[in-house]
Design a protein around this ligand. Structure first.
Ligand code: NAD
Ligand code: TDX
Length: 349
């Protein structure tokens, strides 16, 4: 079994690569990644010399290169995570999101179809997507199920929604064997510190302001990234072809409550007086088109495939804080250079 994992040097991708390389020594795992600002081979140091693992630097927006790669490597399966993934960047530069998330996905679909079309048996194109395609749960109740109509609001979520539609159209038009999962917000080790949790851990560490958008009342449903990687494994091996699975931890937090919890954990870990880090909270202009609430109903995945989250959020957050504090070199490394310039443009300083 030869599996292509795209975006394997990013946050979630590196956990998926690690899980597959460790759990399936009999498989060949090829990680294709462009190594944008978000991709970092440091994330995979522990498994990079395994003989069932290989890295290829490549760009999914290059359709000819993807076709050539599929022709040469004869993959049996694809787990597609490569994407531009940060909502704020999509607001600043939407076209890049169309190119990577939409055109890049179509290039992979074309390549898979071209190489597999005479023998779909045993092949699988697994597309990793997000709960943001469903839009926003305004006014309190309800959860996203697999049949919730798509209603994306940001250029990021619109590009992911579009890519999901293309994947389903390749299923319906060409019979390509596909599966899609839509997951809620992930947290854990190796997340680039532009996303809420690692950004705020880094800022608390450096005693810099914590920019809470709007009133901090937006709600996100948080899942430990290791549980997401395990869900992808379970769906890849046991999911029904053509189906969609929602993945989430039934773990909703208002941003401001999460930030306060994080501040208290950080005060304790850093030996600062209780309440010290909360003083860094700075309410700033809201994100444009900011979705109010996401909540995922993962009953289908739990019922059909027996997947459940392994860890309580408070415990996962402690482990995550410990990881960032023990890996400050990683944080300093990824926040130098290009990212710092972008951060300055966004927030000044
Ligand atoms: P990330 O930004 O950390 O990593 C993305 C990876 O894709 C990076 O390694 C980057 O170098 C690579 N990449 C970007 N453009 C590429 C290109 N043109 N060709 C090849 N590689 C390219 O993202 P993440 O948070 O790990 O998300 C991974 C996937 O999971 C994405 O598809 C995202 O939409 C989805 N997702 C993320 C979350 C979340 O909370 N982070 C939740 C649900 C779904
Ligand atoms: O500085 C900040 N201040 C702030 O208040 C940042 C970066 C975020 N926020 C808010 C915005 C959101 O309500 O925190 C919440 C979480 O923000 P992000 O970490 O940017 O995540 P989100 O926009 O919810 O999207 C994430 O989850 C779904 C990932 O980035 C996506 O890739 C994934 O698909």
């Amino acid at each position: 079994m030869h599996i292509l994992i795209t975006g394997g040097a990013g946050f979630i991708g590196s956990h998926v690569v690690r899980r597959f390389v460790n759990s399936y020594p009999e498989y060949r795992i090829t990680n294709l990644d462009k190594l944008t600002y978000a991709g970092n081979l440091e994330n995979l140091r522990d498994i990079e010399s395994r003989n069932n693992y290989r890295f290829i630097r490549g760009d999914i927006t290059d359709g000819d290169a993807m076709l050539e790669l599929f022709r040469k490597e004869r993959f049996d399966g694809v787990i597609h995570l490569a994407a531009e993934s940060h909502v704020d960047r999509s607001i600043a530069n939407p076209t890049e999101f169309v190119m990577t998330n939409v055109v890049g996905t179509v290039n992979l679909l074309n390549a898979a179809r071209a190489i597999w079309k005479d023998a779909y048996e045993g092949k699988l194109f697994y597309h990793v997507s997000t709960d943001e395609v469903y839009g926003s749960l305004e006014g309190g109740g309800g959860m996203f199920t697999e049949t919730t109509p798509y209603d994306p609001h940001s250029p990021y979520s619109a590009s992911k929604a579009s890519s999901d539609h293309f994947v389903r159209s390749w299923r319906d038009t060409y019979g390509l064997p596909v599966v899609i999962s839509n997951c809620s917000n992930n947290y854990g080790a190796f997340q680039f510190p532009e996303k809420l949790i690692p950004l705020f851990i880094n800022n608390i560490r450096n005693e810099e302001p914590l920019p809470v958008y709007g009133k901090g009342e937006n709600v996100r449903d948080w899942l430990w990234v290791v549980d997401h990687a395990r869900a992808i494994d379970v769906i890849y091996h046991g999911g029904t072809q053509g189906e969609t699975y929602n993945i989430g931890g039934h773990n909703e937090w208002r941003n401001i409550d999460l930030v306060r919890l994080l501040c208290s954990i950080m005060d304790r870990k850093l030996g600062r007086p209780a309440g010290e880090s909360e003083k860094l909270i700075a309410y700033v202009t809201d994100r444009a088109g900011h979705d109010l609430r996401y909540a995922i109903d993962s009953t289908k995945l739990q019922g059909e495939l027996g997947w459940v989250p392994s860890i309580r959020f408070e415990e996962g957050l402690e482990i995550t804080v410990d990881w960032y504090l023990m890996n400050q070199e990683w944080l300093d490394g990824v926040t130098s250079g290009e990212y710092k310039n972008y951060y300055r443009r966004m927030y000044g300083g």
